[in-house]
Design a protein around this ligand. Structure first.
Ligand code: AMP
Length: 616
């Protein structure tokens, strides 16, 4: 079906859609596309030559946003209004991230539940999906400006280890940014596509993709057979990257230059910026000289190599572990692809070459390679490239919980996608009318060690003896690796299908509702929390007082007892009225009223208790 569209912005006639490839990175993001004339992927460049957009969103006090380099400049001045590394929070609950909450300078709401994390900026709350959508919107806007065309379709990349929730969150972010996300693909798959490795028919290759970015490191071993990309293993450290190299330099300078721990926060930040400059400089030079706050600092390539060796060692150990998990030896690797800005560091390149015992692919810009690969995929989807095949696989096994908390795998890891699988289950009790279906992802035998994706109840099973109902559970993974689960009781004849409400993934309505909620209910959210806290405290005060007057009624005067009861009633009324200020005020009054006699009674009780006893 052909459509002709006129781009209102440019007045030009568009006869076909441009599908772009987007690398939505932890540190930087960028857009690429395949050129019609040369059929080569290129990263879209601004007039200043830059392709990278820092994945940073800054909010001004009125809620206005800026994205990219201008936002990065606010990191030092307004850390609590400047959101970075949002990719780390995608599809995560507070429980998932609390161990690392310290690395974020902004406020992540600590409600310690399974709900998705929210980030508080001023009086407003934002989800990682919304924050990522701001970055995607900016990329879309820039791409439209550069190409002078409307962009509405994209392929977005995610790490190979991203689970269903994280993929879903990325897709939702795309949709919020006004993009039709045609496919979510794995970053290592994209990197290998950019180099055109293994994507031809009848070709078999095993490759290693070494990706050292700004804040994360991962290595993936892929097998590509007849266009099927299979992730054999992934390994790495989600908290190891270029930033750690910068920190290693800062530590070195702090001890060497005698700046000491007392340097205030701003100074350390300034030192960090200079450290990154030094690191980049040393990728092409032997010596760096600079100064911070009037103090001269310098660094040689040899000193740099020494301070970062422990970090590089860790990445090499991860490579060895990835090979072990994939069950292959180094000599089976046909190619090594370098991804991420930090692979420009000469020591990194050297050590990876030494480890794999071969040259590495670093011909393409390591910052751009993932986006370029996404563009190649986009081109295939647009039907422009029939040379290449493209299939992906599930990174982790998918299954449901069965008796005793066991994981029953329906789709094993590394299954080709799209895919579907079904299995029959039955009831444990006579007359059981409902069955809880809990969906998990992971490789462990017990579901408690895996990750819960969704849970729902199949209800209305007609009364039957245990073991008779036949409940068929079906898993369907679409081309993006997104899972839909349904359950049907076959014997009753009434085909009952249940849509899974993923705990992390979101429906269209939920995404829209979330956006509205975050804008309209921001103050309420804070208010609700304060009311809950005040009520809990008041309730405790009431319980304690109640118990006290019951126990020591004989020690209280009539008047004391009556006044206390009157104040307790006032507090109860305030709780009923849900009036936070009044609750706090009445809690305080009750405290005031009861304090004098409580002290008197307790003193008496203490004296009694001590009578006849020795004080040690
Ligand atoms: P990425 O997340 O892939 O965009 O990687 C960004 C990281 O690459 C940051 O830590 C940068 O400091 C680092 N980087 C960029 N250019 C260079 C360079 N020339 N030498 C060393 N590291 C670099």
């Amino acid at each position: 079906m052909g459509k002709v569209a006129i781009n209102i912005a440019t007045g030009s006639l568009q006869t076909e859609d441009i599908i772009v490839g987007i690398d939505l990175g932890t540190t930087n993001s960028l857009v690429a596309m395949v050129r019609k004339d040369s059929m080569q992927p290129i990263a879209l460049r601004e007039t200043d030559g830059l392709t990278l957009v820092p994945s940073i969103v800054h909010f001004d006090e009125y809620g206005g946003t800026t994205v990219g380099t201008p936002a990065r400049e606010k990191l030092l001045q307004e850390p609590e209004r400047t959101i970075y590394s949002v990719k780390r929070l995608m599809g995560k609950s507070y429980k998932d991230v609390k161990d690392h909450a310290g690395v974020f300078a902004y406020n992540i709401i600590d409600d310690d539940t399974d709900a998705l994390v929210k980030i508080q900026v001023g009086q407003k709350f934002y989800t990682p999906i919304e924050l990522s959508s701001y970055i995607l919107k900016e990329l879309k806007k820039r791409a439209e400006h550069i190409l002078k065309a409307n962009i509405s379709k994209a392929v977005i990349t995610v790490p190979a280890y991203f689970n269903d929730a994280q993929r879903q969150a990325t897709r939702d972010a795309g949709r919020l940014a006004g993009l039709d996300v045609l496919r979510i693909i794995n970053e290592p798959t994209a990197a290998s596509l950019a180099y055109g490795i293994g994507a031809k028919h009848h070709e078999e290759k095993t490759i290693a993709v070494y990706d050292l970015g700004g804040g994360t490191f991962d290595v993936s071993i892929l097998n590509i057979t007849n266009g099927i990309f299979e992730v054999l293993s992934t390994n790495g450290d989600t908290y190891l990257g270029g930033d750690d190299l910068d920190n290693a330099i800062v530590q070195y300078w702090k001890t060497e230059a005698g700046l000491g721990e007392s340097a205030d926060k701003m100074k350390v930040q300034a030192l960090r910026v200079l450290a990154e400059e030094a690191k980049k400089h040393l990728s092409d030079n032997e010596v760096f000289d600079g100064s911070v706050n009037g103090v001269a600092v310098s660094l040689t390539r040899a000193q740099f190599n020494e301070v970062i060796t422990p970090l590089v060692d860790r990445t090499i150990t991860a490579c060895a572990n990835a090979l072990r998990d994939a069950g292959i030896t180094k000599d089976k690797i046909d190619a090594v692809v370098m991804v991420g800005g930090s692979t420009r560091v000469p020591l990194v390149k050297q050590r990876v070459k030494e480890f794999f015992g071969r040259e590495v692919h670093d011909e393409l810009n390591p910052d751009e390679v993932v986006a370029l690969g996404a563009a190649v995929q986009a081109d295939i989807l647009a039907g422009n490239n029939t040379e290449m095949l493209l299939l992906d696989v599930t990174p982790l096994s998918l299954g449901i919980e069965t008796m005793g908390g066991l994981m029953d795998v329906l789709i094993p890891r590394n299954s080709k996608i799209p895919n579907k699988a079904g299995r029959q289950y039955t009831t444990q009790k006579d007359g059981q009318s409902g069955m809880r279906i809990s969906v998990f992802q992971g490789e462990r035998d017990l579901v408690k060690d895996n990750r819960k994706l969704a849970e729902f109840n199949l209800t209305g099973i007609p009364g039957m003896p245990a073991g008779l109902p036949k409940v068929e559970v079906n898993f369907l993974i679409d081309a993006d690796g997104i899972l839909k689960v349904s359950a049907t009781e076959l014997r009753s004849g009434v085909a009952q299908t249940v849509e899974v409400k993923p705990q992390y993934g979101l429906t269209d309505e939920q995404v829209e509702q979330m956006l509205l909620d975050s804008l309209t209910h921001a103050k309420e959210d804070i208010g609700t929390r304060a009311l809950v806290e005040a009520t809990t405290e008041a309730q405790q005060m009431l319980d304690t007082t109640e118990r006290f007057i019951e126990k020591y009624r004989a020690d209280l005067t009539e008047e004391e007892a009556a006044t206390t009861r009157a104040h307790m009633q006032l507090l109860r009324d305030a709780i009923t009225a849900k009036d936070k200020d009044k609750i706090q005020q009445e809690t305080e009054s009750l405290n005031e009223v009861s304090r004098p006699y409580a002290e008197r009674v307790m003193e008496g009780a203490l004296k009694d208790a001590m009578k006849g006893k020795k004080v040690i």
